[in-house]
Design a protein around this ligand. Structure first.
Ligand code: ADP
Length: 604
């Protein structure tokens, strides 16, 4: 008896410690945690009641006294309450019964009937050679209920094993222990296992499911998962929208550019066409900006480092900026450090994007004077620190506005700004890209006089380059294209028309098909082309699949360029890795098209 009692005392102390720890911590409140509160409380009550019963025996309180009978019956009822709570807990975790008011009513009626029976059925108390235990109808009823419950637990748990996942382990371990204890109790009636059994399950549940910290983590994981899902849905939505917007935009940009070059169009209409070109280019910039910022915020934009030709990089920026100056009375000065190695290692696309953003801003916010594009360097060991600055004599920025510059959608509230197109995304993207490259960006500005944006990024020096250095060609106009034949593959008829007309301007012959099967057929039946421009997103067979099939054709060696409105960041790399020779985003940019034509169709 003393050994049994010390065992219960130890269990009681341990359960009290767990209860203190449990109730002292912040909880996530759910039906299950609420149920666990009661399970914990009733487990303590069971232990206390069993301890009182043992003390009664040690103090030799008369076995059949009203007080002893009362404590015994109370013990049976609290044990029954604990088992019922535990059953409801399992039902709730596994969502076994749909919670309707009727279910609860039935449960309450059942609980009271059994509790009343336990209280009023005659109980026998036996004390044989110092071993005391209860027997009689209430005890048998409780045994019956316990057996019924354990079968129910097993059925529920096994039926819902997938939903329960790891939670199944404590339940199954408890059911096994419970069954063993029940058998032991039947064989040796005096064994003090009743309150221990409930305490054991309570402790097990605390360590595996109901620990408030675990619950918090579980809740955080759920919140993180749903945030990630929402973010993925947003990125999917944006990428689809981008594709959908780019397709009609391709037609607008393509046709309006063609009309601008058309000699039959009167000058009076050309101004309107120029406005269409500007507006559509602006719309395209917005689509690209929104895509980039959402990718950056979802941490989905990765830096892709490669070897690159530094002179080509600066020349492209200079040609582009000079083109964007238009007729503004601005002198464009350049100052590029000639000691910078010819081949560097870094993400040239992103670096270009950073430079284009600050160069375009300088052009946008300067009416007259000059703009200086300067790149200096500090070289140490294998690293070349590029210090890129763009200085202008433009409208300048007030000191109090400098901090706001890098916030997304933030445009400085100025009269001049109202007339200048912009989304307020450019510098936010620039800053995030510079951060991603572990670089720095600083702004110096005197309001009314001008601004200077300086970007510092480290690039690796490549001592044994694997890339071929290109001579810088003047990209426009493209010359020396004779008798070239290009196959266009696109499911969108208008896109085909745009591409046909654009290539026609260069005197290039085109043939068009609107699906991958027709493209393969053309090649299989021996038609010869100098280049294939292949759209990716086509029904039935995508461009990527078409290319795979083309490459299986014996002797196939035509260069294939992906022509797609899928212009998410990293797409160029994706298409190149799929086996395409190059990539053109829709709407087709004239300079990019020139590059492709120069590279693959020039007779030189
Ligand atoms: P956007 O140019 O589309 O408005 P940005 O994020 O590129 O968006 O720039 C944010 C704001 O910073 C601009 O609206 C403009 O007021 C200011 N800004 C940026 N560059 C310059 C500059 N070179 N000179 C004067 N103001 C500038």
């Amino acid at each position: 008896m003393i050994i049994g009692m010390s065992f219960i005392i130890c269990t009681f102390i341990f359960t009290v410690m767990i209860a203190i720890n449990y109730f002292a911590k912040k909880h996530v409140i759910t039906i299950e945690t609420k149920l666990y509160n009661y399970i914990l409380i009733f487990s303590l009550i069971n232990l206390i009641t069993e301890l009182i019963l043992c003390t009664n025996i040690i103090l030799r309180v008369e076995l059949l006294s009203f007080y002893n009978l009362l404590v015994n019956k109370f013990f049976l009822v609290t044990l029954f309450t604990w088992f019922t709570l535990f059953t409801i807990y399992i039902v709730s975790v596994s969502n076994f019964l749909k919670t309707s008011k009727n279910n609860y009513k039935i449960l309450i009626i059942y609980y009271f009937i059994v509790a009343i029976l336990l209280t009023f059925l005659p109980l026998k108390l036996i004390n044989e050679k110092g071993v005391a235990y209860s027997t009689g109808l209430p005890t048998y009823l409780l045994y019956g209920v316990c057996v019924f419950y354990s079968v129910l637990w097993l059925v529920i748990i096994l039926k819902n094993r997938r939903k329960l996942g790891k939670k199944i382990i404590p339940f199954i371990s408890y059911i096994i222990c419970f069954a063993l204890m029940l058998i032991a109790r039947v064989i040796i009636p005096g064994l003090l296992l009743n309150s221990f059994s409930s305490a054991f399950a309570t402790i097990l549940m605390y360590f595996t499911i109901e620990n408030p910290d675990l619950r918090m983590i579980e809740q955080l994981n759920i919140a993180r998962d749903s945030a990630e899902k929402a973010n993925a849905a947003k990125t999917d939505f944006l990428s689809n929208m981008s594709h959908e917007i780019r397709t009609p935009l391709n037609a607008i940009v393509g046709f309006s550019n063609l009309l601008l070059d058309d000699k039959n169009i009167p000058d009076s209409s050309k101004d309107s066409i120029k406005d269409i070109v500007l507006a559509s280019e602006n719309l395209l910039e917005i689509v690209n900006g929104i895509l980039d910022i959402s990718k950056l915020e979802a941490n989905k934009l990765e830096i892709v480092n490669n070897e690159y030709d530094f002179n080509k990089f600066t020349n492209e920026l200079i040609v582009l900026s000079k083109g964007r100056l238009g007729e503004k009375p601005i002198e464009f000065k350049t100052n590029i450090d000639s000691s910078i190695p010819k081949v560097l290692y870094g993400d040239v696309q992103r670096l270009k994007q950073i430079c284009i953003n600050i160069l375009t801003n300088a052009i946008k916010y300067t009416k007259e004077g000059w703009i200086e594009f300067k790149i200096s360097s500090v070289q140490k060991d294998e690293v070349c620190r590029l210090i890129i600055s763009v200085e202008d004599t433009g409208i300048g920025i007030k000191n109090e506005n400098i901090d706001k510059l890098f916030n997304k959608f933030e445009r400085i509230d100025l009269e001049e700004n109202v007339t200048i197109e912009g989304t307020g995304l450019g510098l936010a993207i620039t800053k995030k890209l510079v951060d991603l490259m572990n670089g720095k960006i600083v702004v110096q500005s005197v309001f009314g006089k001008g601004s200077k944006f300086t970007v510092c990024v480290d690039q690796k020096i490549v001592s044994n380059p694997t890339i071929k250095l290109e001579e810088t060609r003047n990209l426009t106009p493209v010359i020396n294209i004779i008798n070239k034949n290009v196959l266009l593959v696109d499911d969108n008829k208008i896109n085909l028309k745009v591409a046909e007309k654009l290539l026609d301007n260069y005197g290039i012959k085109t043939e068009s098909v609107d699906n991958g099967f027709a493209c393969i057929e053309k090649i299989q039946s021996g038609n010869k082309y100098d280049l294939i421009l292949l759209d990716d997103m086509m029904p039935k067979m995508s461009g990527v699949e078409t290319l795979k099939k083309l490459k299986e054709i014996k002797g196939f060696n035509i260069k294939v360029v992906a022509l797609t409105a899928n212009a998410l960041t990293g797409m160029k790399e994706k298409y190149l890795s799929e086996g395409f020779d190059d990539y053109l985003a829709k709407p087709i940019n004239k300079d990019e098209l020139n590059k492709v034509i120069n590279k693959y169709l020039n007779n030189d």
